[in-house]
Design a protein around this ligand. Structure first.
Ligand SMILES: NCc1[nH]cc(CCC(=O)O)c1CC(=O)O
Length: 308
């Protein structure tokens, strides 16, 4: 049976990454009528998972999530790689192509440890290593303290349970996929904007691998692709780095994308927001929105951007 492997699918080894890889395998097999054994999961421990004690932004950024899988694709060890698109650098090597975006899950963040930001005790300690979550929390609750909290979902929940922090944020998509749909309190996406591409799973393959491209194309969900590619176009135009706080919500309504984005200073004191409506596939509109945001932002915000 195992002789008949059609696709070797690389994935990070974390429980969430493995669940996402299994979902991808199931969809591939269903789309093509394959036995499950036709897709071989090939796990790797990514650099980003090895260093747990420092914020990702300080140790090399998002590239640490994809480095090993990128190399395995280049060497032909695997045929495709599954990623949380939120964790994938905006500029990818030309040799690699995002061949499929799976139907996007819940875009919201959940707050764990309190029913709402307002319900946190005065001076509460919030654990998060994401600049967006830190700045957005401090914007609403300047009395709170933010400390770095890294590790996979289970590790972060354990640190919260151990009392290291009063509260933390996790993506609803990740919690749901791990069977933790009742953990935490969903934050309304209209008021607490998510990260670019939050909740989206991307599958990459070699740009010159026609067979893999064709097999993965069957999984691509066009509405999800329209949203996340517009969000990534905004990120690219902003010149966002791991230190910048970028929050964006893009919803496809019919043929039109409704995008709302906000930038924050690291301490949360400053916030600029703008919105736009444009046709799906319009590559200029997100760039214009980026220019509008940057033009209205103070130095405390623009210092965290490469493009300014
Ligand atoms: N930064 C880690 C990461 N990357 C993707 C997810 C969750 C799934 C997703 O947003 O697609 C998470 C965990 C989290 O932010 O809570």
């Amino acid at each position: 049976m195992t002789q008949n492997i059609k696709i070797r699918l690389g994935t990070r080894r974390s429980p969430l990454a493995m669940v996402q890889a299994e979902e991808t395998r199931n969809r591939l097999c269903e789309a093509h009528g394959w036995e499950l054994s036709a897709v071989q999961l090939v796990p790797v421990t990514a650099s980003g998972d090895k260093v747990q004690d420092r914020p990702l932004a300080d140790i090399g950024g998002k590239a640490l999530w994809t480095k090993e899988l990128d190399q395995w694709l280049a060497e032909g060890t695997i045929d495709a790689a599954v990623h949380s698109l939120k964790d994938v650098e905006t500029i990818r090597p030309a040799e690699l192509t995002i061949a499929a975006i799976l139907p996007r899950a819940d875009k919201a963040d959940r707050l764990i440890g309190a029913e709402s930001l307002a319900a946190l005790r005065p001076g509460a300690v919030i654990g998060t290593s994401a600049p967006r979550r830190a700045a957005q929390a401090l914007h609403m609750r300047p009395d709170c303290t933010v400390v770095s909290l890294r590790g996979n979902v289970a590790t972060r929940l354990a640190k919260l349970a151990a009392g290291e922090v009063d509260a933390t944020f996790l993506a609803a998509a990740g919690l749901d996929r791990l069977g933790q749909g009742t953990t935490g309190h969903s934050l309304d996406v209209e008021h607490w904007l998510p990260a670019p591409a939050q909740g989206a799973i991307a599958v990459e393959c070699r740009t010159n691998d026609a067979a893999a491209l064709a097999a993965l194309a069957a999984l691509d969900h066009a509405p999800s692709r329209a949203e996340v590619m517009a969000e990534r176009a905004l990120l690219l135009a902003l010149g966002g780095t791991c230190h910048s706080s970028i929050a964006v919500l893009c919803n496809l309504k019919g043929q039109e994308l409704h995008m709302r984005a906000a930038l924050f200073s690291p301490d949360g004191a400053e916030r600029v927001e703008a919105e736009a409506r444009f046709a799906a596939g319009d590559a200029q509109a997100p760039a214009l929105l980026a220019q509008e945001l940057l033009s209205r932002a103070s130095a405390a915000i623009t210092d965290c951007f490469a493009a300014s």
